[in-house]
Design a protein around this ligand. Structure first.
Ligand code: AMP
Length: 847
């Protein structure tokens, strides 16, 4: 509201009528203005009000009033009474509509709200008739918060001589503004002069807020202040016109990310498909890797390597080449070697096997050379040298390569790396070794050279085992071995030193258990047929740890998860768990642990079982997964057998199986024993407690610990004192003079048959060990268990022949059981009931 803009009378309401008076006048620019005047200074008790018209609030919270007025100086008026004033009061009254009348609201403070008493800064004392020297005061007052739709203002005079020249009513606001990339709407100032009113900005089109919500604050003076956050043009758009506009990049230009930077021209070999591009796409045949920055030119695949040189050396090859002429615009060219062997004579080439060695590697070579070895002798090969770079994978075409054809030379076998001493006597040594790593052909035979001092001798062997006889006792011999193929002899192995036994020592040791092992091994090796794989006693190794390394795989403890304890082993707890090896599926395993505080000897004995088991590979022999020796506790990890040991399994399932099922179990055990026998391994403790059963009822021979035969431990009643022999399961000759053979294992097998057919009954029931020995000596034998077919009992009796040479071989047992399974009728016949369960009536076997 501005009184100076009024073209007609203001028509404000006056009370009382002889108070304020509307008067037309001129302002300093000689424009007509409407004023209110009063000058009743000679009458005391003045109370003159003038009220404006209704003024709409229009959302404002604080109202400002500017008043221009002049006041006559009381002292300049002659004879003026003391009641003369030089001030007036400003009031306001809020109302939702224009309801005021001549008498309402009443002319008094409350309901009117007083804003202030206004005093003149300057008063005038002389009235100029033209009004030009009039001294005009200007005062501004404000009030708030106001909340109704509108209000009236009133000016109260109480005895001044004054003129109210102009009244202007206004509020303050911050204008619409574009600042920091955002548009802020017009915002009215707050209710107090110190208030700050927050306004949320809206990013200009195609702009995006960075981090925090963008804000500005409008202060009481209608000024924006405290900017928070900002907007930036998004990817594909750049800021123009002082940041007030985000404009799309022109075609051929791109902007990859939000920000203040400008659109960039597309790099080489790329283009845009439309305006506002965030990246430029590669032209056909050009590519980018995920890690290539968008401003980098698009690149292509390299051309083929050049100038390949090949140098063949027997079965090895060195390849060298120059980098491709065209790197595709990239620095990350590497090389792959593809090996194809073309020697089979049928025309085509096939990829080389895994055994070919590449140094430093076959794929991803950064240098332009490679050394290839372990190729087959006298064979034609093609090598393709591919050049690939970071974008080769994206090209639909295979990498460009240069190929080279070579033919390897005839080559002799590589050297035998190590010779083991298997056993020794005063005048012989049994040695064994593994085949050379690179035979380079079929090995025809081996030549063993040995000498003591200067007398050298040669011997030939078609297998990798040899017994050298006629040596001097207690003498150190030097041995070297080399393999021969059609290409001739390979290099000799390094020299190995072995000593024959001293006669006297043999005699003394003969009383010890060690000789048992030695004799047993000797008998074992004299029977070896050439070319057959045989079992090697880990205790013949100078360092038994080496046997563990050779026959048992080391497993990282991180692959093993122990679940629960399932039994007690001789050396510590037996647990079940899981084994998850890299690249293999997770399997259930049994984990035998070596309890803490073990001696070095206990550790060796414990691990000997793994060295033995690790040499076997048969479905009826418990399978070794590996050992954990590099961390504590030391562990032996085998396949898991869900049904545990056979004796307790049968006892828990008494009478539950058909005869055919029982014979199936026996057949499995016999097959495992045949395998052990073929390997020249004598078990010596075959018993149902040492057979494990899996969830498919497959029986597997286990318990290969050697230690129990070496030590004296009488705590286990299964074994006798003085050498630990399981009397009830052991053949008489093994008990009497420790003649342990596969034939004594056969006797034990007969006992296992009896245990199986009687569902885990204890052989010879509660008889003492000595009574058993005596009964056997008098040709008594166990009777058939209940419901045992005669054919099976007959097989048991065959196994219990006094003369071990008359006992069946395991191969015969397997085929006899197979026949029974094929012809179940043969299992129908039973031995009469009267002859069972009475020890005194045990069947006389050899009688
Ligand atoms: P051992 O030390 O071999 O006699 O094992 C002691 C006990 O652990 C056996 O009687 C079985 O009950 C149990 N056990 C051993 N090995 C396994 C296995 N591979 N699977 C399941 N249980 C086993």
């Amino acid at each position: 509201m501005d009184s100076t803009t009024a073209t007609a009378e203001l028509g404000w309401t006056i009370f009382p009528s002889q108070g304020w008076e509307e008067v037309s006048g001129y302002d300093e620019n000689m424009n007509t203005i409407r004023t209110y005047q009063v000058c009743n200074v000679f009458d005391s008790s003045q109370n003159n009000w003038v009220r404006t018209k209704y003024i709409r609030r229009r959302g404002a919270q604080r109202i400002h009033v500017q008043m221009k007025f002049s006041v006559r100086d009381c002292s300049s008026i002659p004879n003026v009474p003391g009641s003369c004033k030089e001030t007036f009061n400003l009031y306001y009254y809020e109302s939702d509509s224009d309801i005021a009348t001549k008498s309402s609201p009443p002319w008094m403070e409350n309901p009117w709200v007083k804003v202030d008493t206004i005093a003149a800064d300057e008063s005038f004392s002389q009235v100029d008739l033209g009004g030009r020297i009039m001294k005009i005061n200007s005062e501004v007052r404000s009030f708030g918060p106001v909340s109704r739709n509108g209000f009236y203002l009133a000016f109260q005079d109480y005895g001044a001589c004054m003129s109210l020249i102009a009244v202007r009513v206004f509020y303050r606001k911050c204008p619409l503004v574009i600042q920091n990339g955002a548009v802020f709407p017009e915002t009215l100032s707050g209710a107090e002069s110190t208030s700050l009113v927050a306004a949320r900005g809206v990013c200009v089109p195609n702009g995006e807020e960075v981090d925090v919500p963008i804000k500005l604050y409008c202060n009481g003076d209608g000024e924006w202040m405290v900017p928070i956050g900002r907007c930036m043009c998004k990817a594909g758009y750049e800021a123009l016109e002082n940041g007030t506009v985000c404009k799309a990049c022109m075609s051929g230009f791109f902007k990859a990310a939000q920000g203040d930077h400008k659109c960039l021209q597309c790099p080489i070999n790329s283009r845009t498909t439309n305006e506002g591009a965030t990246n430029c796409v590669c032209r056909n045949g050009y590519y980018r890797t995920d890690s290539d920055p968008p401003q980098m030119p698009c690149t292509t695949v390299p051309s083929a390597p050049q100038n390949v040189i090949s140098i063949v050396n027997e079965t090895s090859l060195r390849l060298e080449w120059s980098p491709p002429q065209e790197g595709g615009g990239r620095e990350d060219v590497v090389y792959n070697i593809i090996c194809k062997s073309c020697g089979s004579g049928r025309g085509g080439c096939t990829r080389c096997g895994d055994n070919v060695q590449f140094v430093p590697r076959q794929l991803g070579l950064t240098d332009t050379r490679v050394h290839i070895s372990d190729l087959l002798a006298h064979t034609q090969y093609t090598f393709e040298i591919q050049a690939v770079n970071g974008v080769s994978d994206q090209s639909p075409y295979s990498p460009q390569y240069t190929s080279v054809n070579i033919t390897t030379n005839q080559a002799a076998p590589s050297a035998v790396s190590i010779i083991h001493q298997v056993s020794r006597t005063p005048n012989s040594i049994t040695l064994s070794w593994s085949q050379p790593d690179q035979p380079n052909g079929v090995i025809l035979d081996y030549e063993l050279q040995y000498y003591e001092k200067w007398n050298s001798s040669l011997t030939r062997s078609q297998t990798n085992t040899v017994v050298i006889r006629g040596l001097k006792s207690g003498t150190i011999y030097v041995f070297q071995v080399r393999a021969r193929t059609v290409a001739g002899f390979g290099r000799f192995s390094g020299k190995m030193y072995f000593q024959t036994m001293t006669e006297g020592v043999v005699f003394i040791i003969a009383i010890t258990v060690v000789i048992i092992r030695l004799l047993f091994l000797l008998s074992l090796f004299t029977e070896v047929s050439p070319g057959m794989k045989i079992y090697i006693d880990p205790f013949t190794y100078e360092d038994p740890n080496e046997a563990v390394r050779e026959f048992a795989k080391e497993i990282d403890i991180a692959c093993v998860k122990i679940e629960q304890v399932i039994g007690a082993g001789e050396f510590g707890e037996v647990c079940s768990g899981n084994l998850r090896q890299p690249g293999k599926r997770e399997i259930l395993v049994a984990i035998k642990t070596l309890k803490a505080g073990y001696t070095e000897r206990q550790r060796r004995d414990f691990l000997s079982e793994a060295s033995i088991m690790g040499q076997f590979d048969h479905p009826n022999i418990i399978h070794l997964e590996g050992v954990v020796t590099k961390s504590s506790p030391v562990m032996i990890i085998t396949e898991f057998m869900e049904n545990g040991s056979l004796d307790s399994f049968l006892r828990q399932n008494d009478g539950q199986f058909t005869v055919i099922q029982l014979v199936g179990m026996l057949r499995g055990i016999a097959a495992g024993m045949k395998y052990l026998c073929d390997m020249n391994y004598v078990h010596r403790d075959l018993a149902a407690r040492n057979i494990l059963v899996n969830s498919n009822l497959v029986c597997k021979v286990s318990d290969f610990g050697l230690s129990r035969f070496l030590e004296d431990d009488t705590s286990d009643p299964t074994y006798t004192s003085g050498g630990k022999i399981p009397i009830r399961w052991t053949a008489p000759e093994a008990i009497q003079y420790r003649k342990f053979t596969s034939s004594s294992d056969c006797w034990s097998y007969g006992i296992v048959m009896w245990e199986v057919m009687s569902y885990g009954e204890r052989p010879y029931w509660d008889m003492s060990n000595q009574d058993v020995i005596n009964a056997i000596e008098q040709d008594y034998r166990l009777p058939p268990p209940m419901d045992c077919p005669s054919a099976l009992h007959q097989l048991m009796l065959d196994c219990w022949q006094k003369d071990r040479n008359n006992r069946p071989k395991f191969s015969q047992i397997v085929s006899t059981l197979d026949k029974m399974i094929r012809n179940p009728n043969s299992l129908k016949a039973m031995t009469p009931l009267s002859s069972r369960y009475d020890v005194s009536l045990m069947v006389l076997c050899n009688g």
